[in-house]
Ligand binder design. Structure first.
Ligand code: SF4
Length: 328
């Protein structure tokens, strides 16, 4: 059984030194260029010029964060690996839920964090044996029990060298060592994330009050660091997509009998349902046994069948359903 309690008494610098020596290139520092991340970066740069650093570019970051990436490159000469979300996942998210879905519900916000942050982080971590983050225990209730060093369920080491640091100690280190500070702190921000989800805090508010400020009771976490029980874990949102947030329209497959219209329709239906869409297939032959019972195969009867299918498709689409028609 692992016993990493020995690290509790170790300094942040000693822990980073151990991680760099032990894991080499399989160790990296994750940072969003907040004060804690910059302190870790500064400490690590004094130990190794080649320490690896990465950041997640969600596509919704404030301009000031990109300026910090440049500052780090210039000040420390450390290249920052910028990790992006999968384009297809973002396109799907935005197509079905809109670009600002995070304001509509906690679940929608977590879904956005999942696509733009959690999954990219997961992909990056698969390349590492150990990683460091700037979490501190007194930042939030959800962070009160973090360890300085712990092994995750997959065996990867998660290192929080500043776990027992206070905000004042972070400030002191920054002042002593001239560490670059994210410009948004000057404008009253105390925690910095994506532009639409972060605001400055008021005097007396908690450090993370400016994150997802419109949420009242939710834990202010994106799913990267904490499971719902407060233990340190990733928390990928598995919940199904809501079923009433896309527009209705009609897809019509036509062709001779045996051309594969029904098969293609069912495959498309399956795919769309996997993405949570509301779909109905109107197969010409099946419609004939219900809505068009009694119609034959003369040109007039075929036209009438198609007209009826079109009418139903239009009604379905008007009510937000994707109607797939498969008829000659
Ligand atoms: S912080 Fe906001 S914009 Fe950024 S990933 Fe989460 S919900 Fe999306």
């Amino acid at each position: 059984m692992d016993n990493f309690s020995r690290f509790e008494a170790a300094s942040a610098s000693d822990i980073l030194s151990w991680a760099i020596d032990t894991f080499g290139d399989s160790f990296a520092i994750a940072t969003s260029f907040q004060k804690e991340g910059m302190v870790i970066l500064d400490l690590a740069s004094r130990l190794s010029a080649g320490v690896r650093v990465f950041t997640l570019d969600t596509g919704r970051l404030p301009d000031e964060t990109y300026r910090m990436m440049e500052t780090v490159r210039q000040r420390y000469g450390i290249p920052v690996d910028i990790i992006f979300p999968e384009r297809d996942e973002v396109e799907h998210l935005v197509a079905f839920h809109g670009p600002n879905l995070f304001y509509s519900s906690v679940q929608a916000r977590q879904r956005c964090c999942d696509v733009r942050k959690v999954r990219p982080l997961e992909r990056k971590l698969e390349t590492l044996k150990a990683w460091a983050t700037g979490l501190r225990r007194d930042q939030a209730e959800t962070r009160a029990a973090i360890s300085k060093v712990e092994r995750g369920p997959t065996g990867r080491m998660k290192i929080c060298p500043l776990a027992d640091w206070s905000a004042a100690r972070v400030e002191q280190y920054i002042a002593q060592h001239g560490v670059p500070v994210h410009p948004l702190y000057e404008r009253g921000f105390t925690s910095i994330g994506c532009a639409p989800c972060t605001r400055a805090v008021q005097p007396g508010e908690s450090e993370r009050a400016g994150r997802w400020w419109w949420e009242e009771d939710a834990k202010k976490e994106c799913g990267i660091h904490f499971a719902p029980d407060g233990s340190v874990a990733r928390n990928i949102v598995e919940e199904a997509e809501p079923r009433e947030m896309h527009k209705g329209f009609t897809v019509w497959f036509t062709g001779m009998s045996g051309a594969g219209k029904s098969t293609i329709s069912r495959l498309l239906e399956l795919k769309l349902r996997q993405h949570g869409a509301r779909v109905e297939v109107l197969d010409g032959d099946i419609v004939r046994t219900h809505l068009s019972k009694g119609l034959g195969f003369s040109k007039e009867d075929r036209d009438e069948n198609v007209r009826r299918i079109g009418f139903v498709c239009e009604l379905l689409a008007r009510h937000g359903v994707i109607a797939i028609a498969a008829a000659i």
